[in-house]
Design a protein around this ligand. Structure first.
Ligand code: MIC
Ligand code: SF4
Length: 666
């Protein structure tokens, strides 16, 4: 593909050198080592790494590009940037198409590829057309780790972190623990798919089991997994709260890249035999059976057998987790000459235009249409509540990665997550059953040797963009800027939440709210809307407020709107038992103080509406991050903390990343 360099880039030279020189390294250390800008690769220590590629999608991309524009640079500095349109695809008003125009013209102006609406879901297209083993990809979407299937370190971050990276800055993080996941046995039983491997990980480790960790898959079982199967696992590693997950780059990787006409992008990447890891675990693939995550958390995993007989209203196959050509061929095979059960509706979403075109060519599309499937365009669609909401109280079986309450668009829907082949068998039967038990026949077709490569929906940036005018529709409003951090925070608790609050709870998506992503004043009306309809009104009336939360606060999506909109409503601090990684970083980026209780029992001593006070905030941020929280109702004092890097301290003091960058350029 033109515009994408085929020459051996300097990072690869460094990678090869580091492989020669350093013995006993795992893959994560090799890739970070070859991209290191500062720091040492020691667990939990701050490092910064140079980034090769960035991706944005339309629901987070408008903010990322607006923030990049606010930084005042003429061109994107990473070697590759791709702006995808895949989330905000329902054009029910001018808003989404206006945002698409903005993103297309901004991509052309500043030097990004533009992946047109219809080209597919960002993570799947990136895997097919751009991913390269050994590189580092940052994406403004939490499922960016899909790229780990190809042996690249791929991390999901907030939009402003993408903007900062596009402006040429390295990315800062604390070196995560590296966990070796030793896969033994082989994935070769009918009805057991790679989705069951990641569901098993979630069953064992829960949605917070991966916080501060990278999962590096290894062992003899790896060779039995195709590239798309690996990508399913790394994609849904996001649900573990992990920084990312990745696989080695081996012959299977080569096979996939060659089938994509990108054999030159392949090189081998594996851990040294004496590589060391922070932790190790094992999954025996021979022992796996079909699994299913029950409502309303991806870690609520049981064997499919356990819920046999459950009547089903909807089956949806697709999303960035399970929409590859391999998945679609399996479904095509299963549905050939059959009709789905009359009591349910089934949707299928091919992940990309490539997959769609191949299904049209090989007859699978016709089989699905004949079977009564509703075929959707290549986009996120039902996964993010953009259409296909289940009926009231309905049971929906999905091959997706998230089943948080209300995410489907129906608050009381019961959403279950399982592998796409079991989901299809269920669609034929009308109720849940484990086809592995019944002897129902299913043979997957061999992996495709050659994909149809047609990049006409990937528009490269022009050489000379001086004539390009960036178009901004009325949906695009200026970014609100926070004030510098106050030395005293004295404010009422506007909300006290439970554990595992997701960013879907904080700022829901769906067809009504998602189109407001470029308009913070409008979208802020929906903060906590599904859990507490009066939140926005109360927060505005209070002027200043704080939120109290439990464990794993802010899990899920990378949407920085879940930090930016509360900031806009006057939330000054969020004090919790512990945070999910991306949301904590987003709060800092928008100048909202993220603090954790030293003693988690103190959480129980605070009520909603209590007024809390923290004095000496600025010096505490600067000197070690220890704070005392006073409860004015009880006069109790609770120690709380926030461990901030040097850069995070400056960002917080300035009131957020944008004011910080602006103050630097003065
Ligand atoms: C999601 O799966 O929740 C999303 C929608 O893709 C988000 C991004 C967003 O909210 O725009 C994510 O995963 O980061
Ligand atoms: Fe899109 Fe769903 Fe994947 Fe998020 S998880 S990128 S909404 S398909």
């Amino acid at each position: 593909m033109d515009g994408f360099s085929k020459a051996v880039p300097p990072w690869r030279d460094r990678l090869l050198k580091s492989e020669e020189n350093i013995l006993g390294k795992n893959i994560v250390q090799k890739i970070f080592g070859s991209h290191l800008d500062s720091g040492k690769l020691e667990t939990d220590q701050p490092i910064s790494v140079n980034i090769d590629q960035v991706l944005t999608q339309d629901a987070t991309g408008t903010m990322a590009f607006l923030q990049f524009e606010a930084m005042g640079l003429p061109k994107i500095k990473t070697e590759l940037a791709v702006s995808y349109i895949d989330h905000n695809m329902l054009q029910t008003s001018f808003r989404n198409p206006d945002d698409h125009k903005y993103l297309q013209t901004a991509a052309a102006k500043y030097g990004a590829y533009y992946s047109r609406p219809g080209n597919g879901i960002c993570h799947q297209v990136h895997l097919e057309r751009f991913g390269v083993p050994g590189k580092i990809l940052l994406g403004s979407d939490s499922h960016t780790p899909t790229g780990g299937g190809l042996g690249m370190i791929s991390i999901g971050v907030g939009g402003i972190d993408i903007a900062t990276t596009m402006a040429g800055n390295p990315f800062e993080l604390n070196m995560p623990k590296v966990v070796k996941v030793n896969l033994t046995g082989e994935l070769n039983r009918p009805w057991v798919a790679s989705m069951d491997i990641i569901l098993e990980m979630l069953r064992r480790l829960t949605v917070k089991g991966g916080v501060g960790k990278i999962f590096e898959y290894s062992g003899p079982g790896v060779a039995s997994l195709t590239l798309p199967e690996r990508a399913t696992i790394t994609n849904m590693g996001a649900e573990l709260g992990a920084t990312t997950s990745l696989f080695p780059s081996d012959d299977r990787t080569k096979y996939f890249l060659e089938a994509q006409g990108r054999g030159d992008d392949w090189h081998e990447l594996k851990a040294d035999p004496d590589a060391e890891y922070d932790e190790e675990m094992e999954i025996n693939l021979d022992e796996l059976r079909p699994l299913i995550a029950k409502p309303s958390s991806p870690d609520n995993v049981v064997p499919v057998k356990e819920i046999e007989g459950l009547k089903v209203d909807q089956v949806c196959v697709g999303s960035c987790t399970n929409s590859s050509y391999q998945v679609m061929s399996g479904i095509g095979e299963l549905l050939k000459d059959k009709v789905i059960a009359p009591n349910l509706s089934m949707t299928v979403t091919p992940g990309t235009k490539q997959v769609y075109e191949m299904m049209a060519d090989n007859g699978d599309l016709a089989s699905m249409i004949k079977a009564g499937v509703r075929i959707l365009e290549s986009a996120c669609g039902p996964c993010i509540g953009m259409g296909q909401a289940p009926p009231s109280g309905g049971v929906s079986i999905r091959s997706f990665n998230r089943n948080f309450k209300g995410r489907s668009g129906t608050m009381d829907a019961q959403v279950y997550l399982c592998n796409p082949f079991v989901a299809t068998a269920i669609a034929l039967e009308g109720k849940v059953f484990d086809p592995a038990d019944t002897g129902m026949k299913f043979e997957e077709r061999p992996e495709s040797k050659q994909f149809i490569v047609n990049d006409n929906f990937l528009i490269p940036p022009p050489e000379d963009s001086s004539d390009v005018e960036v178009l901004r529709g009325p949906n695009i409003k200026p970014i609100p800027i926070n004030e510098p951090l106050n030395d005293t925070i004295e404010a009422p608790v506007v909300l006290k939440t439970e554990d595992n609050i997701s960013t879907d709870d904080i700022l829901p998506a769906g067809s009504e709210i998602l189109p407001l992503r470029s308009n913070i004043p409008a979208i802020s009306e929906f903060v906590y809307h599904r859990l507490d309809e009066t939140f926005a009104k109360r927060a505005k009336e209070l002027g200043k407020s704080v939120i109290i939360g439990g464990n794993n606060y802010g899990q899920g999506s990378s949407r920085e709107h879940a930090a930016m909109a509360p900031m806009y409503l006057g939330v000054k601090a969020v004090i919790v038992k512990n945070f999910a990684r991306i949301h904590r970083a987003n709060l800092i980026n928008f100048g909202v103080l993220p603090l954790e209780f030293d003693y988690t029992d103190d959480y129980d001593k605070i009520n909603q509406d209590d007024t809390l006070k923290i004095s000496g905030v600025r010096s505490a941020v600067d000197n070690g991050g220890r704070f005392i929280l006073e409860n004015e109702r009880t006069n109790e004092k609770y120690p709380v903390h926030g461990d901030f890097s040097e850069r995070q301290k400056k960002v917080l003091l300035a009131g957020g990343l944008l004011p910080y960058i602006k103050s630097q350029s003065k």
